[in-house]
Design a protein around this ligand. Structure first.
Ligand SMILES: NC(=O)c1ccc[n+]([C@@H]2O[C@H](COP(=O)([O-])OP(=O)(O)OC[C@H]3O[C@@H](n4cnc5c(N)ncnc54)[C@H](O)[C@@H]3O)[C@@H](O)[C@H]2O)c1
Length: 465
C-alpha cells in the first residue's frame, strides 16, 4: 500500500473506544476523512444527533467541531469498507457465555464477522488494525479469514491496542503514555506499521510510539490491564487486614506508594474494580495460560478476580452486619452506579453486585447516579417489577427516609452533599458506608452518622486514641 493513497480511514465499532479514538484522529489529522460505522443503527443515529450515546468529558466538543467536516458517522458499512484503505476494528470482545471456554475466553464472533464483511465488500488491498483487545495470536486467525477471499486481495493486519481509560479518554488519547503498533516482521508488515505511525505522529511524540511484533502488542494490552487490576486487588486484600488489625489502609497505601519502585497510582482501596475490560481481560489471560498448560500462572492471575468478588461480598456483608443483621424493607440509598466517576458506563460495576445482593436481602434500594441511571435500569431489568427498587433524579430524594447511604462511585458531587440536611431527613440510627473512601468521615461522625468505610475501622481507631 502506498502511503499517499490513504485518504479515508474507517472504524468499525462506534463504542467507548472507537468513537473517541476516531474523534481525536479527525481533530489532529484534518487531511484524512474518518468514517465510523456500527451495526447498531440507533447508535449511529445518536452520534449524528445532539444527544450522544455515551458521556465522556471533552468528547462532545470534538464531535461538534469535526462532525460532517472530516468525521462522519455512517449507516452504510458496505460503501465505507470499499472507500477506506485503513480499517480500525473496534468491536466488543466480551467474555464467551457458551460452549468451550465459557466464562473465561474472549468471544471472537464479532471480530470474525467484521473480517467477513471486509472480504465481502473490499475491492482493493487494505490495512486492518486491531483496536479491540484480543487474545494473543488473534491477528493470525484474522489474517487467515481475510486471506480466504477469492478476489486475490491482500490484507496487512496490525495490532494497535487502546490504553484509554473511560472518564479521561480524550486526555488519554491526546497525551498517551505510549502508542503500541504490532506488526509482522515482514517488509510489508513493517511498512504498514510505519503508515500507522505516521498518523499518530501528527500529535504524539515519535519516542512514545513503539513498534513491536504482533504477539507482544496483543499480549501487552492484556498484561497492562491485568497488572492494573492486580494493584487494586492487592490493596483491597490489605484493606481487609487493616480492618482486623486497626491499621489504616490509606496510611499503608501512601507509605507503600512513596517507594519509587512501587509508585502511588492505582493504590486506592474501594469496593472493587469494575468496567468492561479488567475482569474479561484477566479471565482471557487465565484462559490462554491454561490452554498452554501454565496452570500455576493461570491460578496466580485468577486470584485478582477472586479478590475483587470477595471485596464486593465483604462490603455487603458489613452493611448487613452493622445494620443489626437485617435490611428487610429498610430504604438504602445507593449513590453512584457507574463503575467509576465521570462516565455513564456501568459495565461490571460493583454497584450491580451490591444492589442485587441487597435486593435478595429484601432491602428497599434507592439508586441515584448523575450519568448512569438509564444504564442502571437496563442492568437491573430483571428486577423492574420489584417494589423494592427505585431510581431517583437527585441524591437528596434518594437519601430521604433512608436508613443508610452507600457511596459506590467516587463522583465529586457526593463529596459536596449537604450531609447535615441529609442526616435530618434520614431514619435513625443513620448509617453511611463509604465504598470509595471519599467522604470526610470524622465530620460525618460528628453529625451523628454511624460511619463505615473501607480498610479503616473508624470506631476502633477512636477507642485507641
Ligand atoms: N471501554 C474501554 O475503556 C476500553 C479501553 C481499551 C480497550 N477496550 C477494548 O476495545 C474494544 C471495544 O470496546 P468498547 O468499550 O468500545 O465496546 P462497545 O461495546 O462500547 O462498542 C463496540 C461496538 O461495536 C459494534 N459492533 C459489534 N460487532 C459489529 C460488527 N460486526 N459490525 C459493526 N459494528 C459492530 C457494537 O454494536 C458496539 O457499538 C473491546 O475489545 C475492549 O476490550 C475498551
Amino acid at each position: 500500500m502506498v502511503e499517499n493513497q490513504i485518504k479515508t480511514i474507517l472504524c468499525i465499532g462506534a463504542g467507548y473506544v472507537g468513537t473517541p479514538t476516531m474523534a481525536v484522529i479527525a481533530d489532529n489529522c484534518p487531511e484524512y476523512k474518518i468514517i465510523v460505522v456500527d451495526k447498531n443503527i440507533d447508535k449511529i443515529r445518536a452520534w449524528n444527533s445532539d444527544s450522544l450515546p455515551i458521556y465522556e468529558p471533552g468528547l462532545e466538543d470534538i464531535i461538534k467541531r469535526r462532525r460532517n467536516k472530516n468525521l462522519f458517522f455512517s449507516e452504510d458499512i458496505a460503501t465505507s469498507i470499499k472507500e477506506a484503505s485503513i480499517i480500525f476494528v473496534s468491536v466488543n470482545t466480551p467474555t464467551k457465555k457458551f460452549g468451550l471456554g465459557a466464562g473465561m475466553a474472549s468471544d471472537l464472533q464479532f471480530i470474525e464477522l467484521v473480517a467477513r464483511d471486509i472480504i465481502k465488500y473490499a475491492q482493493e488491498d487494505k490495512l486492518v488494525i486491531e483496536k479491540s483487545t484480543l487474545p494473543v495470536k488473534t491477528a493470525e486467525a484474522l489474517s487467515r479469514v481475510l486471506h480466504s477471499n477469492d478476489k486475490g486481495l491482500k490484507f496487512e493486519v496490525l495490532s494497535n491496542p487502546e490504553f484509554l481509560a473511560e472518564g479521561t479518554a480524550i486526555n488519554d488519547l491526546q497525551h498517551p503514555d505510549r502508542v503500541l503498533i504490532g506488526s509482522m516482521k515482514t517488509e510489508s508488515g513493517i511498512e504498514s506499521a510505519k503508515i500507522l505511525r505516521n498518523i499518530y505522529t501528527h500529535w504524539v511524540p515519535t519516542e512514545k510510539i513503539k513498534l513491536t511484533n504482533l504477539w507482544s502488542s496483543e499480549l501487552s494490552k492484556l498484561v497492562a490491564n491485568a497488572m492494573l487490576a492486580q494493584r487494586v486487588s492487592s490493596i483491597n486484600s490489605i484493606s481487609a487486614l487493616c480492618e482486623k488489625t486497626n491499621a489504616d489502609v490509606e496510611e499503608v497505601s501512601h507509605a507503600v506508594g512513596m517507594d519509587s519502585r512501587i509508585g502511588s497510582k492505582f493504590l486506592n482501596t474501594s469496593v472493587g474494580f469494575g468496567g468492561s475490560c479488567f475482569k474479561k481481560d484477566i479471565l482471557n489471560l487465565v484462559y490462554i495460560c491454561r490452554y498452554y498448560g501454565l496452570n500455576e500462572v493461570a491460578d496466580y492471575w485468577e486470584q485478582v478476580v477472586i479478590i475483587n468478588e470477595y471485596q464486593q461480598n465483604r462490603f455487603v456483608n458489613k452493611v448487613i452486619d452493622k445494620m443489626f443483621n437485617t435490611v428487610v424493607d429498610k430504604k438504602i440509598a445507593v449513590l453512584g452506579f457507574a463503575f467509576k466517576a465521570n462516565t455513564g458506563d456501568t459495565r461490571e460495576s460493583p454497584a450491580i453486585t451490591v444492589t442485587k445482593m441487597l435486593l435478595k436481602e429484601r432491602a428497599d434500594v434507592a439508586i441515584y447516579d448523575p450519568k448512569a441511571i438509564e444504564n442502571a435500569k437496563l442492568d437491573l431489568a430483571d428486577y423492574s417489577q420489584s417494589n423494592n427498587l427505585h431510581f431517583y433524579n437527585n441524591a437528596e430524594d434518594a437519601i430521604k427516609d433512608s436508613h443508610a447511604i452507600l457511596v459506590l462511585t467516587a463522583w465529586d458531587e457526593f463529596k459536596e452533599l449537604d450531609f447535615e440536611e441529609a442526616y435530618r431527613t434520614m431514619k435513625k440510627p443513620s448509617f453511611i458506608f463509604d465504598g470509595c473512601n471519599i467522604l470526610q468521615h470524622e465530620q460525618l461522625k460528628n453529625l451523628g452518622f454511624n460511619v463505615n468505610c473501607i480498610g479503616k475501622n473508624l470506631d476502633r481507631l477512636k477507642d485507641d486514641e
